[in-house]
Design a protein around this ligand. Structure first.
Ligand SMILES: Cc1cc2nc3c(=O)[nH]c(=O)nc-3n(C[C@H](O)[C@H](O)[C@H](O)COP(=O)(O)OP(=O)(O)OC[C@H]3O[C@@H](n4cnc5c(N)ncnc54)[C@H](O)[C@@H]3O)c2cc1C
Length: 484
């Protein structure tokens, strides 16, 4: 054990792993695309312990890579290859601090797993609405650090909309206790918003006050098979208009995605007629489940009769709802088996989704005829995961893989940004999109972000190389840093 690991291991409520085998799962990401090195993996179980770890790392200029559930899909959750750093894993900070159905709030440690937070809310007859495929592993701190979106954002918003207050430890160990459950607080800058989506680059999130909601009285889920993309988009738009505030998911899947699920998911895909596009619709609110089924049937029957919809499943019970969501949530894993999927987490204004899909498909076909366009997305928010899928063999045959990756990325991102959209909708920037930040953000935005980073983390020890290219101004530091 090195000196640093040994000293950190003596801090109260801190466990340290140094054996290669123990550290291994923390040095590789979920999709096994990114690996790194670290001196040790540190597990604090209290906020005070996080503070002492950070103060020590600050005093010794040790680089710190925060890690939640390690489900990042943009290389944000594992350290770089330099070594000498620490991984700060939050999983032992997993206490439910308080839950209060009277003011629809709960306060949790940052390391709580999302599915456990959802369950704790359900246990007091409330809803914590963030939903995503990785909910069994990802943590609230990671969700906040990435400002996660997921399938219910169309109704409840993204993580930023679900946070009432935060507790954060700054890179020098200072604890900021801004945990509050009030809905209104105009007393100065609302600091929590600086940390939401900051990807661990300006502080470690240790606790959060979260918003809860009433559970819908009834809900139902439908899967629709659709003849073309324009039809899918107008059906989605019409449903939003017909059921304002009651649509809690609008998920689009291309048949190429469904084909992958058919091939690689043990339980198979949805048992419905094959079509170019599929829409998963979830609706819930004051009506009962049976009433929602009737409402959807009435709204969708003319589309079925006209041939716009070629098939539809209206879930009759929880098991059928689970089957539909099982397919949706299996896509990331199935795509890993299918080949090398170059995934692009873009968003455009909702009204421009059709333009995006058509242009991206045409440009990909021209540049890489052996890549298949695979689309899965949260179309209620204008957010698509647009994937160029190469078979393992086709990818292995590419002699300049990095150049292809960059070229495909720029192609898809240029279209999105040209339509008034973004190259990173919900997954974050991580380590793989720092170059895209330089390409697509204005120089004034980048300057302001670097100024902010310098104000919180002048030594650049917090998640270096993630989100923002940032170099330390040694002159401005003005001499020795004291260990307080
Ligand atoms: C199958 C699958 C489906 C997914 N679906 C979605 C989806 O629908 N929507 C979506 O938005 N994302 C999705 N993701 C991506 C991922 O799950 C989210 O980004 C999630 O919010 C990451 O949480 P995590 O705890 O795993 O964080 P990690 O992956 O461990 O870390 C993510 C980033 O946050 C930082 N970080 C983690 N914890 C903290 C903390 N406590 N304080 C400061 N910084 C921290 C890390 O350093 C890293 O930069 C999916 C991933 C998978 C594998």
């Amino acid at each position: 054990m090195t000196d640093h690991a040994s000293t950190l291991g003596h801090i109260k409520d801190v466990t340290v792993l140094t054996a290669a085998l123990d550290m291994a799962p923390h040095l590789i990401d979920w999709r096994k695309r990114h690996t790194g090195q670290a001196e040790c993996v540190v597990f604090p179980s209290t906020t005070q312990a996080v503070s002492e770890v950070m103060a020590y790392c600050h005093a010794n200029r040790i680089r710190v890579f925060p890690q939640g559930g390690n489900t990042s899909v943009c290389g944000g959750s594992v350290p770089d290859g330099q070594g000498g750093s620490i991984v700060l894993n939050l999983s032992r900070m997993n206490r439910l601090r308080e839950i209060n159905p009277d003011d629809d709030s709960m306060v949790v440690d940052a390391g709580c797993i999302l599915a456990n937070v959802q369950q704790a809310a359900a246990d007091v007859d409330r809803l914590f609405p963030l939903r995503l495929g990785a909910e069994g592993s990802c943590q609230i701190g990671g969700n906040i650090a990435t400002n996660a979106g997921g399938t219910a954002a169309v109704r409840y918003g993204v993580m930023r909309d679900l946070v009432l207050g935060l507790e954060v430890v700054l890179p020098d160990g200072t604890i900021i206790d801004a945990i509050k459950t009030v809905r209104k607080d105009n007393s100065g800058f609302d600091l929590k918003h600086l940390f939401i989506g900051s990807e661990g680059t300006i502080g470690i999130i240790t606790g959060a006050a979260l918003k809860l909601f009433a559970r819908p009285r009834g809900m139902t889920t439908a899967a629709l098979a659709i003849r073309d993309i324009d039809t899918a988009l107008y059906i989605a738009r019409d449903l939003r208009g017909a059921l304002p505030g009651e649509i809690s998911a609008l998920e689009l899947l291309s048949d190429s995605e469904m084909e992958i699920v058919r091939e690689f998911r043990a339980e198979g895909a949805l048992r419905m007629r094959q079509a170019p596009w599929y829409l998963i619709v979830e609706v819930g609110g004051r009506s009962t489940e049976a009433e929602y089924r009737d409402i959807l049937e009435t709204l969708l029957m003319p589309e079925l009769e006209s041939g716009a919809l070629t098939d539809a499943i209206l879930a009759e019970n929880e098991r059928q709802r689970g089957e539909i969501w099982g397919v949706r949530h299996s896509v990331t894993e199935c795509n890993m088996h299918a080949g090398m999927g170059l995934t692009h987490d873009i968003a455009v204004p909702i009204g421009k989704l059709d333009q995006y899909i058509k242009q991206a498909e045409a440009e990909l076909a021209e540049a890489y005829p052996d890549a298949v366009p695979v689309v899965v997305g949260h179309i209620g928010d204008g957010n698509l995961h647009y994937i160029a899928m190469f078979t393992h063999e086709a990818w292995a045959a590419q002699t300049a893989q990095e150049a292809v990756r960059d070229h495909v990325g720029h192609m898809f991102y240029d279209i999105a940004v040209g339509l008034g959209g973004t190259f990173s909708a919900e997954h974050g920037v991580g380590s793989i999109h720092t170059g895209d930040m330089e390409r697509y953000k204005s120089s004034s935005s980048l300057r302001m972000m670097r100024d902010m980073k310098a104000a919180f983390d002048p030594l650049g020890i917090a998640n270096p190389g993630r989100m923002l290219k940032f170099s330390i101004d040694e002159n401005a530091l003005g001499g020795e840093i004291e260990n307080e």
